[in-house]
Design a protein around this ligand. Structure first.
Ligand code: HEM
Length: 184
């Protein structure tokens, strides 16, 4: 994945645990670099190794690391110069989700080797059904965090339940319920 993703992992760890812990994680992961170039593609393997090492060092399941990472992503990209792109992609979680593929297509104009996921939104009886299709395995917990992070961005409370998994259904499906965050 592009260095922007690895940079976001670094940013999250440094902000919450400090630089020393980040250095330990890089060492545990057995990778040579501890900083990344946003616009350069890196092997997916490197990102997965960072997540596994963070999981070991912080004594948290890898899924929890991915969820925290997903939550951090909207804040991080807004800060890294993608604020206009986010603003232009919707005024609510629901609207934004409907525009995600178009948004990643815009991202691909500056990241030509992007291999983005694809999302489809469907209205179910109990809320939105979000279908998540990816060539990569194991990132469903990141999507859960992404949705909570989007909720924080749009000041909405977001409840996410995974209702189908890639293993049984070919792709992951999430039930997403949103409502305006209470101001009290
Ligand atoms: C401005 C905001 C965003 C930018 C700039 C962005 C950009 C990217 C980039 C660079 C990657 C790495 C893919 C690659 O290198 O091949 C990626 C992956 C991904 N993005 Fe986005 N993204 C944004 C917002 C979102 C949001 C809001 C969601 C979901 C709610 C999302 C879902 C994902 C997922 C799940 C992946 C992991 C790759 C996979 O599933 O195969 N992104 N995105």
């Amino acid at each position: 994945m592009y260095g922007l993703v690895n940079k976001a992992v670094r940013d999250l760890v440094c902000a919450t645990q400090g630089e020393d812990v980040w250095e330990e994680i890089v060492e545990l992961a057995g990778i040579d670099e501890d900083t990344f170039i946003s616009m350069r593609p890196y092997p997916d393997e490197l990102t997965y190794k960072l997540v596994a090492a963070a999981s070991e060092r912080l004594q948290l399941p890898a899924a929890a690391i991915l969820t925290l990472f997903g939550e951090h992503w909207t804040k991080f990209t807004a800060r890294e110069g993608y604020g206009d792109l986010i603003r232009g992609s919707g005024d609510s979680v629901e609207e934004f989700l409907g525009n995600l593929d178009a948004m990643h297509a815009r991202v691909a104009m500056s990241f030509p080797e992007l291999r983005p996921p694809s999302f489809r939104v469907e209205r179910g009886d109990e809320g939105l059904l979000l279908h998540y299709m990816s060539e990569r395995e194991g990132l469903a917990p990141m999507v859960v965090g992404l949705l909570t992070g989007l909720g924080a961005h749009f000041k909405e409370e977001v409840e996410v339940t995974q209702v189908k998994s890639r293993a049984e259904h070919g792709h992951d499906v999430f039930l997403v319920r949103t409502r305006a965050a209470s101001t009290t």
